[in-house]
Design a protein. Structure first.
Length: 410
């Protein structure tokens, strides 16, 4: 692990101080109004001049994290790289622990006789695969090298996963509270965890509310008012900035008739949080899978998405390597993800620099990317359902009226 971490560190350091970093800093797929380091620097400059950074439309970072970034600014590049490496370690440890818990849990379940040879077996390399999936994922390298604040969110997700792997409801609640303070939407991650740990419901809710409240009290002390709430959370909920990114919201609302905007804002935001309840009810004993699904949903549908939003869910995929037999679209999705990632800067160049294309071309790539990630999510969830069915009813398909039965989604 030490060698891999060292290599990951030097790769990030090389990218951060190479000419390519200047190009990466301008990429809309990496820096959005809510994650761009340029916005952080502008906010710090405004505060240094005695001006309110939240009086305009520049800064959308909560006051406490903005202050922390200001304190760490002289060594910010090394801090972001260190955070990314620590995230890789947290995800690696969490993935291995979750896998081992799944093996133990499956050993205790009653399964169909024909399924016993297919039961989950211990694999000591799961954590290592997840480690590599963070360290050498181009998305992760790009966001840490450009000091995107998405690194901080990924670190908080890593802490949350570590808490889930160790059944530490206090750690989960506190990490989720901090993540929700920064970006609001991660609050829904807490739902499947609290459903699973029902006996610790009060502890979880109290911890979340307590930490969330303390963070806002400290923010009020720092700013002297609550104006930052409109700049941070209002900006996320009303989506006023239509700067292109890897999500679908910017184009959707840019093309919307103004008198329909409020209605579709409500529909869009409800769609984002709607999945937490049904997924938690369908997989009540599998919170890691539900958390993976919710992270994918946030990456696909939240406003101001970056490629960094996909780092943690992609790194969680090794946990479900036992589902490969049941996956049907994994290769196609993987190939499409690579191709579409390469097409983003090409279509942007044709649109913005050459003027030979328009926003429809760029949005087509974005929409295709989101579509293929939805294929990945549905494929993993359906593979889990098919495996559960095989575990209870046997590997061979039962015949209905002389025809092999087929498991379908209802």
């Amino acid at each position: 692990m030490i060698a891999e971490l060292a290599l990951g560190f030097f790769v990030r350091l090389f990218v951060a101080y190479s000419p390519i970093n200047g190009w990466l800093l301008e990429r809309v797929e990496i820096g959005t109004p809510t994650t761009s380091w340029k916005r952080i620097e502008e906010g710090l400059t405004l505060r240094k001049l005695g001006l309110d950074p939240y009086s305009g439309d520049v800064v959308h970072e909560p006051p406490l994290t903005l202050a922390i970034y200001g304190f760490l600014k002289p060594i910010s590049q090394l801090i972001f790289i260190a955070i990314d490496l620590l995230t890789a370690v947290l995800v690696s440890k969490s993935a291995q622990a979750i896998h081992e818990q799944m093996v133990d849990s499956e050993d205790k379940k009653e399964t169909h006789e024909s399924f016993k040879s297919y039961k989950l077996k211990l694999n000591l390399n799961i954590g290592y695969y997840s480690l590599l999936a963070v360290l050498f994922n181009p998305y992760s390298i790009a966001v840490s090298s450009t000091k995107s604040t998405q690194c901080t969110m990924n670190f908080l997700y890593g802490i949350t996963l570590f808490g889930i792997a160790n059944s530490n409801i206090l750690l989960i609640s506190m990490a989720t509270a901090v993540a929700s303070y920064v970006s609001l939407f991660p609050v829904m991650i807490l739902f499947p965890v609290l459903m699973y740990h029902r006996n610790e419901l009060i502890t979880g809710v109290t911890s979340f509310v307590g930490v969330f409240s303390i963070l806002h009290m400290l923010s009020y002390q720092l700013c002297g008012d609550f104006q930052y709430i409109q700049s941070v959370y209002g900006f996320l909920l009303t989506v006023p900035d239509y700067t292109p990114n890897v999500g679908a919201a910017w184009y959707f609302f840019a093309e919307m008739f103004s008198h329909f905007t409020v209605l579709f804002l409500i529909v869009y935001q409800v769609n984002l949080v709607l999945y937490a309840v049904p997924l938690s009810l369908r997989f009540p004993e599998n919170p890691p899978l539900v958390v993976f699904a919710l992270l994918m949903v946030m990456a696909m549908f939240k406003p101001y998405t970056t490629i960094g939003d996909y780092v943690i869910p992609f790194a969680m995929l090794p946990i479900w390597t036992h589902l490969i037999k049941y996956l049907e679209q994994f290769f196609i999705v993987g190939l499409a993800t690579i191709v579409l990632t390469l097409l983003w800067p090409i279509l942007w160049y044709l649109w913005v620099h050459c003027l030979n294309a328009n926003s429809n071309f760029y949005f087509a790539i974005t929409l295709s990317f989101v579509l293929f990630q939805s294929f990945l999510l549905s494929d993993v969830l359906f593979a889990e359902i098919r495996r559960e069915y095989a575990m209870k009813n046997g590997v061979k398909r039962q015949k209905i009226d002389g025809v092999d039965s087929v498991v379908t989604l209802d």
